[in-house]
Design a protein around this ligand. Structure first.
Ligand SMILES: [Mg+2]
Length: 255
């Protein structure tokens, strides 16, 4: 494998599944730590704050600085602040997204007559919340989703991701939503800028071709697909643009 300067990891299905760590990935990251190599986490998970994600990583044996964790929530909050600075906002989502919106200066994020509806994963989502979002978007509110993941792997199988609910609202209101998380290259661009990296020195590692690998391809860095989550190797091999490496798991690179 090429010697990269910065390794960017997806989390769900790449580093852990639910509360279980993926051993080969944990060992790989521990090796990077031992060799003083740079690594970052790039996640479409909008439900947790960076501190909560740091805790989740600690629980599987990885001690990492909070600053290494880049989530779609903060990227989304910054996007809304840049494009709709004075907008009235209605939010569907959990702590991570609310925390991010407040951190960029939005104090009222439960408006009943919003200009923007922001949607991140909400494990308490119900018919009423979805209806409210559908009606607001029909009245002209912009629909912005933190990420378009249709599903993600849990300990027992696949469960619905945020993209499934955003698409539902978009279908009812007959609009095209804006998505911020992977495969949009926004988060990798932020890492590149903040750490003064060259694209050639970076690699994006993930289990989901349509988010992680496409994000890396659109950004213009090397990519590694692992067969520990959403997309399996056979599915990847049918895609037109191939990742740089397509491997079973990160043990391939562990010595
Ligand atoms: Mg994943």
């Amino acid at each position: 494998m090429n010697n990269y300067k910065a390794y960017c990891f997806d989390l769900d299905g790449t580093v852990y599944r639910g509360k279980e760590g993926i051993e080969t990935a944990v060992k790989f990251i521990q090796n990077l730590q031992k060799n003083n190599l740079e690594y970052y986490f790039v996640t479409n998970n909008s439900s947790k704050t960076p501190a909560q994600l740091q805790e989740a990583l600690r629980n599987i044996g990885l001690i990492v600085e909070e600053e290494r964790i880049y989530s779609s929530s903060l990227a989304t909050a910054k996007y809304v602040a840049n494009h709709y600075p004075k907008a009235k906002i209605h939010t569907i989502g959990s702590d991570g997204l609310r925390f991010a919106l407040k951190s960029v200066g939005f104090n009222h994020i439960e408006d009943e007559n919003p200009d923007v509806v922001v949607m991140g994963i909400d494990r308490m989502i119900d018919y009423q919340k979805l209806s409210k979002a559908c009606l607001a978007v029909q009245r002209g509110a912009k629909l912005i989703g933190t990420n378009e993941d249709v599903k993600f792997p849990d300990e027992k199988g696949f469960v619905p991701g945020n993209g499934s609910f955003v698409r539902l609202v978009a279908n009812v209101a007959a609009v095209d939503p804006i998505f911020i998380g992977k495969p949009s290259p926004v988060m990798l661009e932020v890492i590149q800028k903040e750490h003064g990296l060259d694209r050639k020195e970076m690699v994006m590692i993930g289990d989901n071709y349509d988010t992680d690998i496409l994000c890396g391809i659109r950004f213009g860095c090397d990519t590694i697909h692992v067969n520990t989550g959403v997309t399996n190797t056979e599915m990847v091999q049918q895609k037109e643009e191939q990742p740089t490496y397509c491997i079973e798991n990160l043990d391939f690179f562990n010595i």
